[in-house]
Design a protein around this ligand. Structure first.
Ligand SMILES: [Cu+2]
Length: 185
């Protein structure tokens, strides 16, 4: 049996414990929300100056050994940026190409890098710069996605999902380029 004083003491103590718990709990909430906002805030600000817009891969007939990757690459920063390598878990390898006519012959020249000058944009498109996605490791049809990761000269790595879409325009000559006939030059 507790005396009145003891009872009050215990009650006060329990109330104290409870309010402390509530405080700790809301403190946790506060800390979590601060952390969450920090992550949001910092990821928003730490994001790259390189933006990749409208990426897509024109669908190819099943069994095609090579696909093309098109997109607009925008450099919003004040420094020039080079893409020095492109990789994908969905292709055996990825090359950077430039389609160009050399002495009357359409060729695809492999590029060591793609340069995007400060405050400007490079468009990867048929008949110009493009990604050459070599040997798909899975069937990629309209509506499916591949992953690409770009290594930049500033040490950043940008990862994107790139959708495969039906090519509504005429099939470009680069798609007729069979293995062994492409690249080099
Ligand atoms: Cu090519």
């Amino acid at each position: 049996m507790l005396t009145c004083d003891e009872y009050n003491h215990e009650r006060l103590f329990n109330t104290f414990i409870y309010s402390t718990r509530v405080k700790i709990h809301s403190m946790k909430h506060l800390l979590l929300s601060i952390l969450f906002n920090l992550i949001l805030f910092s990821s928003g600000h730490a994001s790259s100056n390189l933006k990749i817009n409208n990426p897509w891969i024109p669908e190819t007939p099943p069994g095609a050994r090579v696909m093309a990757g098109f997109m607009q690459i925008q450099n919003t920063g004040n420094e020039n940026i080079d893409i020095i390598a492109v990789r994908s878990p969905d292709f055996k390898s990825v090359e950077m190409h430039l389609s160009k006519e050399v002495k009357g012959v359409a060729k695809m020249l492999q590029q060591e890098k793609l340069s995007i000058p400060a405050k400007s944009q490079l468009t990867l498109k048929a008949g110009s710069y493009h990604l050459m996605l070599m040997k798909p490791l899975k069937q990629l049809q309209d509506g499916e996605h591949a992953q690409l990761s770009f290594s930049l000269s500033n040490g950043e790595i940008i990862k994107i999902d790139i959708p495969v879409r039906k090519n509504k325009t005429r099939r470009h000559k680069i798609m007729k380029c069979g293995p062994g006939k492409c690249g080099g030059g």
